[in-house]
Design a binder for this molecule. Structure first.
Ligand code: URA
Length: 440
């Protein structure tokens, strides 16, 4: 077999056989196929697409390129959750303890921030002492004891994806449904849970900018999960506007604790409850309505919050900062950006707002940069809200005073103030199951 012939085949829109896909992924991981040939293949896939069978096969081979985690020593059904990436998306910190408090099991490996989107591991590391690297035994024991454990991705989880993702990042081939679906689902299959809830983001801050593309991506991933014997559901949620009000690592932990204490922003609370209800539904805790009621109760009776504190302590973290979030170390420079006219917030560019937080120090400018856990921003006026001249739009937090002018400029570019109230946008657009798409 020759990679040259496979590239030519895909260039003409032909279907690759299972053997050809195995040859291509296996050869690339072993270093026998060069980056330039794989780049050409990725671009051919970007233009010509793949059949569902090709995508499923490629996903399986990518998953099996590294460790396949066996979670069977942990009793009960395990449920995983994956977001396709967003700004201010801290739902994992909220749904894991809710699901655990309601009797579900969450053994979850998360990633770090990528570009303008934040990562769960970085947020967790803002909690003093919290260990995101555990031995397999510690990881399993934490799930057995607390119902949930949140850690970083092990080095050898789907190495084929790691290598392919880095190549896609520099060859303009990230935004392809077969490539995103196989990338995400290879990691989910390797991570070993029985059920998978996907949060597919749509809008200006997401990889998929239109609802139709987001539904197609969700259907592709649900088909892969179900085909591999994992119960899989996807929700399509809004990422035109950041989720919640806080962006930045300790700021997002604090906001997640507000939600768990029942005093968080309405949009973040609603999306988190829907995600948690679907995770509980997947593990068989009842109908969606029953699961939703259970999730709500775990907030009102405080059990989800206490569950999170217990997990954090178990993983070496200091839970006193969760009980009193003012104890998080505070950024030395705080700056308010005020409205320069009356009107309504008619547009928020989530991607630009994500980049604003990176400028302030909340994300990495390069792979090697350090994160400033206290940096970020808190939005006071969100999409659809009325503003008067002089109202505070956002508070910026940073340790680098020199970054404030650029951050303020970009935030002002990201937020539009218009004369008329814009139309309401749903938080959740659709729910995708194996054989159905329900639009809201
Ligand atoms: N997240 C991933 O893990 N992979 C992609 O391709 C896109 C988002």
């Amino acid at each position: 077999m020759r990679m040259y012939d496979l590239i030519a085949k895909k260039k003409h829109g032909e279907i690759l056989t299972d053997e050809e896909i195995a040859y291509m992924i296996g050869g690339y991981v072993k270093g026998e196929i060069a980056d330039y040939q794989m780049s050409a293949m990725l671009m051919a896939i970007w233009f010509k697409g793949m059949t569902d069978h090709e995508i499923t096969k490629m996903t399986e081979i990518m998953a099996e390129s590294g460790d396949m985690i066996d979670l069977s020593p942990i009793e009960g059904k395990k449920v995983d959750k994956h977001s396709t990436g967003g700004v201010g998306d801290k739902t994992t910190l909220i749904v894991a303890p809710i699901v655990a408090a309601c009797g579900g099991k969450v053994a979850k490996m998360s990633g770090r921030g990528l570009g303008h989107t934040g990562g769960t591991v970085d947020k967790l590391e803002a909690i003093p002492g919290y260990r995101t690297v555990l031995s397999r035994e510690e990881f399993f024991n934490t799930v057995k004891k607390c119902g949930a454990s949140l850690i970083g991705q092990s080095g050898n989880l789907a190495p084929a994806d790691k290598k392919l993702y880095a190549l896609r990042d520099v060859t303009a081939t990230v935004d392809s449904i077969p490539l995103i679906a196989s990338s995400i689902m290879s990691k989910k299959l390797a991570a070993g849970s029985d059920c998978i809830l996907l949060d597919v983001k749509t809008g200006s801050g997401a990889f998929m900018k239109t609802l139709d593309d987001s539904i197609k991506l969700a259907q592709t991933m649900v088909a892969i999960g179900e085909g591999a014997g994992r119960r899989t559901v996807a929700l399509i949620t809004d990422m035109d506007t950041p989720l919640g009000c806080g962006i930045g690592n300790s700021i997002e932990v604090a906001e997640s604790m507000d939600v768990l204490k029942g005093v968080g922003p309405v949009d973040l609370t609603e999306v988190s409850l829907q995600l948690a209800a679907n995770m509980l539904y997947l593990v068989g805790k009842g109908t969606l309505e029953e699961c939703r009621a259970m999730a709500e109760k775990s907030i009102t009776d405080g059990s989800a919050f206490e569950n999170f504190c217990t997990m954090v302590k178990e993983q070496g973290g200091d839970d006193s900062v969760l009980r009193d979030t003012k104890k998080f170390s505070q950024a030395p420079y705080v700056h308010e950006v005020k409205a320069d006219r009356d009107g309504f917030i008619t547009h928020m560019d989530a991607e630009k707002i994500g980049i604003t937080s990176v400028i302030l120090g909340a994300g990495r400018e390069t792979k090697e940069s350090d994160i400033d856990f206290s940096a970020g921003l808190i939005i006071h006026k969100k999409y659809g809200e009325a503003v008067s001249k002089g109202d505070s739009l956002v508070t910026l937090y940073t340790s680098r005073q020199d970054k404030l002018p650029d951050a303020e400029k970009l935030y002002r570019e990201a937020v539009e103030i218009g004369a008329t109230e814009p139309k309401k946008v749903p938080l959740i657009f659709a729910r995708v199951e194996k054989d159905s798409v329900e639009k809201f």
